[in-house]
Ligand binder design. Structure first.
Ligand code: ADP
Ligand code: ADP
Length: 232
């Protein structure tokens, strides 16, 4: 029961030119329902490329992408965008919150765009903020929040529309070590409470060790690093 399945993914930039860069060279990955996988990769290894292909923001040259059992490889851009919006949540190193809106509104807006009635969206946003421990910050704009609080809001926004798959690129990468630890724990609580599947890129081996499984991206391929043994 895989939420994300990548098979035989290959990706080059500047294909067919002298400047061709082969980034992914046969990536196979399956993330099971409720599984949280750490993606460890040196800078430039192709981590962002892999996350963008898994999240339907970019297209592989060859290989298959399936999300929640749906093969998205040959679907139109419209269908891929619809699946991305419905099923995938993204978190980045920087929060990318809308500066003119409160924390609560930043979590409400994506739900309104998804057709959720405002009252219901507000209740859900407040509940998410509560779960990451910042219910009292609901009415603050991002600039009035600490870095850790901003990331917590970004986590809530990513989960606002109940995605099946969470993709995170260094979610605590811009925080000091102590804050990073606390904010990561909040993220894990949030993810564990929902049965969400997650692929989380990090350079931090201590954080990686707290996930179910660790994989390394090296020379364009994924190498298991140990952790709880699950079907590949
Ligand atoms: P990471 O996220 O691991 O740092 P990226 O996926 O961003 O790596 O990039 C992997 C490699 O592909 C790097 O060598 C990068 O320079 C190259 N690359 C990324 N995007 C492009 C692009 N649009 N055009 C050409 N090369 C690119
Ligand atoms: P919207 O519903 O606002 O149009 P999109 O469907 O464009 O949102 O994007 C869905 C998710 O993908 C958002 O979380 C957004 O941050 C992310 N996203 C969209 N385009 C890119 C991109 N080029 N690079 C990285 N992330 C992106």
């Amino acid at each position: 029961d895989a939420t994300l399945m990548l098979s035989g993914i290959e990706k080059s930039y500047n294909r067919g030119t002298p400047g061709e860069v082969s980034v992914l060279r046969g990536v196979d990955l399956s993330v099971q329902r409720g599984e949280v996988v750490a993606l460890v990769a040196p800078s430039g290894a192709g981590k962002s490329t892999l996350l963008h292909i898994a999240g339907l923001l970019d297209v592989a040259d060859t290989g298959r992408v399936e999300i929640a059992g749906q093969d998205l490889t040959d679907l139109s851009d419209t269908r891929r965008t619809a699946t991305r919006r419905a099923d995938v949540g993204f978190i980045y190193q920087f929060h990318h919150l809308l500066p003119e809106f409160s924390a609560l509104e930043n979590i409400v807006l994506p739900q309104l765009a998804h057709g959720v009635p405002r009252a219901q969206a507000q209740t859900r946003a407040q509940d998410l903020l509560d779960r990451v421990g910042i219910a009292a910050r609901a009415d603050h704009r991002p600039a009035a929040l600490s870095g850790g609080e901003q990331q917590r809001v970004a986590f809530c926004r990513a989960l606002a529309n109940e995605p099946k798959l969470l993709l995170a690129d260094e979610p605590t990468g811009n925080l000091d070590p102590e804050t990073s630890d606390q904010v990561f724990a909040a993220l894990m609580d949030l993810v564990r409470g929902t049965g969400l599947s997650a692929l989380i890129a990090t350079h931090n081996m201590e954080l990686a060790a707290r996930m179910d499984r660790q994989i390394r991206l090296e020379a364009g391929q994924l190498i298991p690093l140990g952790g709880a043994q699950r079907p590949a």
